[in-house]
Ligand binder design. Structure first.
Ligand SMILES: Cc1cc2nc3c(=O)[nH]c(=O)nc-3n(C[C@H](O)[C@H](O)[C@H](O)COP(=O)(O)OP(=O)(O)OC[C@H]3O[C@@H](n4cnc5c(N)ncnc54)[C@H](O)[C@@H]3O)c2cc1C
Length: 313
């Protein structure tokens, strides 16, 4: 029985079942309870609003799980160090990392039950992949001083290799021949009647990069470079669509909302939006739009407000 009821209640439940009147229990069920703060009191940097220099991470913020705790610990630690160095906090957004989704969800929406980082919570799952974690985050790591120059240079080399290989595949055209068509048929693909770019061949689902070696068209590259080249070509259409969505998202995230705004003074905002915005103090227009109770109409009002504030300054 899965329950967190007291032991005597568990006994009563079990013995109330017909046939189990005399049952005994070897080990009662149990559940873990723990206290947490309201994570909407935090900034996206994981510093608590109102007490400078105090950062929170882990299940005290309403999450549950090892990775959830470690991810927040990393960001809180980085930002405590950034604060001491008078540098801007590191905020990963929802399109950069699952860490961004986790922290944004907790801080913007709060949580009524232990928050677990399920992949379904992320909008940009096609981009947030394990295989491209270094492409997404190494430049940021280097910028804040956590990725050594040696590692960064290796990363830059990797990016160059990926780009130049994609370029080579785009510019290499192979003419139709018996060898090529036999090769295609042997992999369950259709023959060609005119020249075709290697890049177009790779777009065919049945043609893997490694098959190109059979026709002397592969390059001597590591497995991870080949993986990135293949993914970027085979899923190009889907990835482009996702990157467009991310661009739109970024535009809203880049519209910063200064911390000193008093939302009660902005005419046109609903009462609920004023209260929620004042207590959350969102970092950006994007974050504001994810607060429950802040409507698209409120966001339009904020846009107008930001423009007039910019003109005044
Ligand atoms: C039985 C069980 C099974 C679990 N299984 C899984 C699992 O399979 N997978 C998974 O991802 N998660 C699992 N979890 C959840 C996961 O363990 C926690 O969510 C995670 O470890 C929380 O990490 P944390 O660093 O936030 O907190 P904690 O690991 O609780 O760390 C808090 C630390 O603060 C210390 N502390 C408290 N008060 C003070 C004080 N006043 N002064 C100094 N130190 C203090 C505590 O001693 C503790 O070491 C499980 C949890 C339990 C209880």
């Amino acid at each position: 029985v899965s329950t967190s009821m007291p032991e005597d209640v568990q006994m009563k439940i079990i013995q109330s079942l017909p046939g189990l009147e005399n049952a005994t229990v070897m080990r009662p069920a149990y559940a873990i309870e723990y206290d947490c703060i309201n994570p909407t009191q935090l900034k996206l940097s994981l510093e608590i609003k109102g007490t400078e220099g105090l950062f929170f991470a882990g299940q005290i913020n309403g999450s549950s799980g090892y990775e959830e705790a470690a991810a927040q610990g990393l960001i809180a630690g980085i930002n405590a160090a950034m604060k001491l160095q008078n540098r801007e906090p590191l905020i990963l957004d929802r399109s950069q990392a699952y860490i961004g989704v986790l922290i944004d969800d907790l801080v913007t929406k709060g949580t009524n039950e232990p928050y677990r980082m399920m992949t379904s919570r992320a909008e940009y799952r096609l981009y947030l992949r394990q295989d491209n974690a270094d492409l997404r985050l190494t430049p940021t790591g280097h910028e804040i001083g956590l990725v050594s120059s040696e590692r960064y240079n290796r990363f830059v080399e990797k990016v160059k290799l990926i780009e130049s290989e994609v370029q080579r595949l785009k510019s290499t055209i192979i003419p139709p021949s018996e060898i090529i068509n036999n090769f295609l048929v042997s992999h369950g693909s259709t023959k060609i009647v005119s020249g075709i770019k290697l890049y177009e061949l790779l777009k065919r689902p049945e043609i893997e990069y490694t098959f190109l070696n059979e026709i002397g068209q592969g390059a001597n590259l590591s497995k991870e470079i080949i993986e990135q080249v293949s993914i970027s070509i085979k899923y190009e259409g889907y990835l482009k669509r996702q990157m467009n969505q991310i661009d739109q998202f970024k535009r809203m995230e880049e519209r910063r909302l200064p911390e000193d705004i008093d939302y009660t003074e902005i005419r046109g905002l609903s009462l609920e939006a004023r209260q929620k915005l004042n207590s959350t103090k969102p970092h950006s227009l994007g974050q504001a739009s994810r607060i429950s109770g802040v409507s698209p109409a409120d966001i339009s009002v904020l846009l107008v407000y930001l423009e007039s504030r910019k003109r005044k300054n």
